[in-house]
Ligand binder design. Structure first.
Ligand SMILES: NC(=O)c1ccc[n+]([C@@H]2O[C@H](COP(=O)([O-])OP(=O)(O)OC[C@H]3O[C@@H](n4cnc5c(N)ncnc54)[C@H](OP(=O)(O)O)[C@@H]3O)[C@@H](O)[C@H]2O)c1
Length: 297
């Protein structure tokens, strides 16, 4: 990164992208949000409006367009996986050059999609730990006391610019381990809370045998993929989180929105098959969640 004032595109300025984009704009970077026409109009008129316990209430002036029309230093990809294919049409592959491209989607498989589509860009895998909700176009409620990214390095200079904007950033060496550290908790959490329409407290109390089986399967897959994850470690994390915690997959299911089921559950099943690890309980859960989502449709 040669300049300290970056031009950053944010593809999908929702809960995650809106918060990251607003913080970068507030720190003095030029931010171009890429979105549909309604959101572009709202952003051009009112900017990104953030309400956050951590960062306060503020409005960030950003640019907005329906497609990327110029070179940028970095692109954050922050749509949901279910919208990724359509959203990528807003970023011409030959216009991106050697920009840093950071996806913050949950899951694994979007990385291969991005690397194939943008071969000259530097795709830096990222994850984010945050609770942020797009309450209306351009309006973001950030409800967690943290907004912590992990980036698979090398990405030290870029990470430092993000830290200066107020984000927590850790640079990790091993991309696969980083992604699996997140997915190994997220997948059982999202699948079980959605399947049983229950918060995490009810899952660990009423569905503990199923929880233990699924954690065993997913930890085995994660270890085969290179992450030092154990079922016991995952279980103790499950047992520590607040009773009332619900997953965003569950919120999407309640609202009748498309689920990131393939990105989260499908990714575990595909990796299990690739590493020769049986995942029957996880497969059953994925199928049951898919069936109940179809019934809602
Ligand atoms: N939110 C969280 O707290 C959180 C935490 C960790 C990880 N994640 C992950 O982060 C990713 C993003 O989640 P999110 O909660 O930020 O989603 P979100 O609030 O629904 O935001 C997605 C954004 O994508 C935009 N979008 C949809 N289709 C588009 C298209 N074709 N072109 C351009 N923009 C499009 C939406 O635009 P409109 O505003 O116009 O609808 C919206 O602004 C997911 O993979 C999620 O699992 C989220």
């Amino acid at each position: 990164m040669s300049t300290t004032r970056m031009t950053v595109a944010v593809l999908g300025p929702g809960g995650v992208g809106g918060l990251v984009g607003a913080l970068l704009a507030r720190a003095g970077h030029r931010v171009v949000c890429l979105a549909g026409e309604r959101t572009v109009a709202a952003l051009r008129q009112d900017g990104l409006r953030v309400e956050s316990k951590r960062y306060g209430q503020f409005t960030a002036v950003v640019e907005a367009d329906t497609e990327l029309r110029e070179p940028v230093d970095a692109v954050f990809v922050t749509v949901k996986q279910t919208a990724l294919a359509e959203a990528l049409d807003r970023v011409p592959a030959d216009g991106l050059g050697t920009a840093v491209l950071v996806p913050l989607l949950n899951g694994l498989d979007h990385l291969a999609v991005l690397r194939e589509r943008f071969p000259s860009a530097r795709v830096v895998a990222g994850t984010i730990r945050v609770e942020a909700t797009r309450t209306a176009p351009g309006r973001i409620a950030h409800t967690s006391p943290f907004a912590d990214l992990e980036l698979a390095g090398p990405a030290d200079d870029f990470a430092e610019l993000l830290r200066q904007a107020g984000l927590g950033v850790t640079v990790r060496e091993d991309e696969s381990a980083m992604l699996w550290d997140k997915l190994a908790f997220l997948a059982p959490f999202a699948l079980l809370t959605t399947r049983h329409q229950a918060d995490v407290g009810a899952v660990r109390d009423r569905h503990r045998p199923e929880l233990l089986t699924v954690l065993d399967e997913i930890a085995a897959v994660a270890r085969a993929a290179g992450a030092p994850v154990t079922a016991q470690g995952l279980l103790s994390f499950f047992d520590r989180v607040p009773d009332t915690m619900r997953s965003s997959m569950q919120r999407d299911a309640d609202a009748g929105r498309p689920l990131e089921l393939d990105a989260i559950g499908g990714a575990v099943l595909r990796a299990g098959a690739a590493h020769g690890i049986a995942t029957p309980a996880t497969a059953r859960l994925v199928a049951e969640v898919a069936q109940s989502a179809q019934r809602v449709d």
